[in-house]
Write a protein that binds this ligand. Structure first.
Ligand code: SAH
Ligand code: SF4
Ligand code: F3S
Length: 473
């Protein structure tokens, strides 16, 4: 394949803007290649998947692909898929139906499914929907050039091999989703926890950590390119370990890259997050005081069935540790409603845990059984759909109340905000995030700040989703 290994974070690191302008030319350090083919990539699922799309885009760009945001213009359509809940997969099946129509109009169109659903369903994708030409799992993106050649020669191509080593450490991501200010850095892949509800260990394989040297190097390059925020990504960042370097050590190394670079990370696991991580967070101003700590349930019995490795009390103790080290730390969580055999009382325990912690925000879901997982094999998915939905809406209502209260408590406070650009609603306003990951919108008032500038904003009003404020001189 082409020179992905030799172009380790070249000074001409590609951005999507370059590549999109590159519908005429794609630049790399060797040449100005004429782009003849165009890819359209659509991404579903978690940040990890979005980060993988940037690896895929980099590989395609080396093959001479430009990128288009109009699927009608594409020679190759790739869908980077998620299997976490049934409705995530359903969305992709619906997209495939639509693409069938597109392919009828343009028979040369190549359609590929990549990511977690590719890994889980494999040949089923080729068999059931005649229009899929290419199926590639999350650890097999390096083989895209060969697989695409096979497809171009009229065959259908599959690679869903999982790896124990692949971290794509040497491939400079093409920042496909980036606003030029924040970027993802993938620090590990896979997951060794066997949470009984979860499909991720099956779709992404064994956990492996990327070498810390290439992570620090990537962060340095990003600063030079004008980025001011990185998010270190892994399914369980607290179990990062590379030749003696723990996650706390890595966090410190990345924080030391440049004091102007904000550092975030996701996802922490309640059973693994250490006091040392909290100490490092407290020690560096540029490490954002925000932790996403998925609880899943407030009931110890359910947590045990979920195989999460902690109890309600352990979780609440972790929250106390966080508040001790980081009194103003923002907290968010994930909650599953209606897991197998969950009683009304156990659901109430989730609500009561939420009342105790008062998360600033949360992602909340109905339990969705995933074939092959421990829960699907061992337990009955016996909470009726109507009950799951009712419990979920109680959880959402309570969280909305807490999010609103959390935002209202910020009125009168002054935050440092990293400007991301114009607000979605009006070009008279800027938007950006504060340390605690809250979106702040404020009028420009004749100023001309750029994306990537830090400003002080005093909060004057709030909704459950956004803080509104005024620039402080
Ligand atoms: N690695 C992260 C989470 C990855 S999946 C962690 O361990 O926390 C993101 C979230 O999706 C999970 O936290 C969980 O709340 C939810 N989820 C995972 N599997 C699910 C399922 N089968 N049904 C409903 N929600 C699920
Ligand atoms: Fe899934 Fe659990 Fe791994 Fe998270 S830690 S990805 S929920 S198995
Ligand atoms: Fe979905 Fe795979 Fe992420 S299942 S949540 S895209 S790891």
């Amino acid at each position: 394949m082409s020179n992905t290994t030799s172009k380790f974070f070249s000074p001409l690191q590609k951005t999507i803007n370059e590549a999109l302008q590159g519908t005429a030319y794609v630049q790399n350090e060797n040449s100005e290649k004429k782009t003849t083919k165009h890819a359209f990539i659509e991404t579903y699922g978690c940040q990890m998947n979005f980060s993988d799309t940037e690896i895929i885009a980099s590989i395609l760009s080396d093959l001479g692909y430009g990128f288009t945001q109009q699927e009608q213009e594409a020679d190759l359509v790739l869908i980077n898929t998620c299997s976490i809940r049934e409705n995530a997969e359903q969305k992709v099946w619906n997209r495939l139906k639509h693409l069938k129509y597109l392919k009828k109009q343009k028979p040369s169109l190549m359609v590929g499914i990549v990511g977690c659903m590719a890994e889980r369903l494999r040949y089923k994708l080729l068999d059931e929907e005649q229009l899929v030409d290419l199926v590639v799992g999350p650890d097999a993106y390096r083989s895209l050039p060969t697989l695409l050649q096979e497809v171009e020669s009229g065959q259908r191509a599959v690679n869903v091999l999982l790896s124990r080593e692949e971290t794509y450490a040497d491939i400079a991501p093409l920042r496909y989703h980036s606003n030029g200010v924040s970027a993802f850095i993938s620090i590990m892949r896979g997951c060794n926890n066997m949470c009984s509800f979860c499909v991720v260990p099956f779709t992404r394989g064994r956990e492996r950590s990327r070498d810390w040297q290439s992570i620090v190097k990537e962060a340095k390059e990003l600063v030079e390119l004008g980025y001011r925020e990185v998010t270190l990504l892994g399914q369980n960042v607290d179990s990062y370990y590379y030749e003696g370097c723990t996650f706390a050590d890595l966090l410190e190394k990345v924080a030391l890259v440049d004091s102007r670079l904000r550092v975030r990370f996701s996802t922490s696991h309640p059973k693994d997050i250490t006091d040392r991580v909290l100490e490092v967070m407290a020690g560096y101003e540029n490490i954002c005081k925000f932790i996403h700590l998925p609880v899943q349930s407030g009931s110890t019995r359910i947590l045990e069935l979920m195989n999460r490795g902690y109890t309600r009390e352990w979780y609440l103790d972790k929250i106390e540790r966080i508040r001790y080290y980081l009194p103003n730390c923002g907290l968010s969580t994930d909650i599953i409603a209606g897991f197998c055999s969950e009683t009304e009382e156990e659901h109430q325990q989730t609500l009561s845990l939420m009342e105790i912690v008062r998360f600033d925000s949360a992602f909340m879901f109905c339990y969705s059984e995933r074939p092959g997982t421990l829960a699907a094999r061992k337990f009955r998915d016996d909470v009726p759909e109507t009950v799951k939905k009712r419990r979920l809406s109680e959880i959402i209502d309570l969280q909305n109340q807490h999010s609103r209260e959390s935002n209202f408590r910020d009125i009168g406070k002054v935050f440092t905000v990293l400007v991301e650009g114009d607000s979605k609603r009006s070009s008279a306003d800027y938007c950006g995030r504060n340390d605690q990951n809250k979106m702040v919108v404020f009028p420009k008032q004749g100023t001309s700040f750029k994306s990537g500038d830090y400003v002080k904003v005093k909060i004057t009003a709030a909704s459950s989703a956004t803080l509104l404020g005024q620039l402080q001189s």
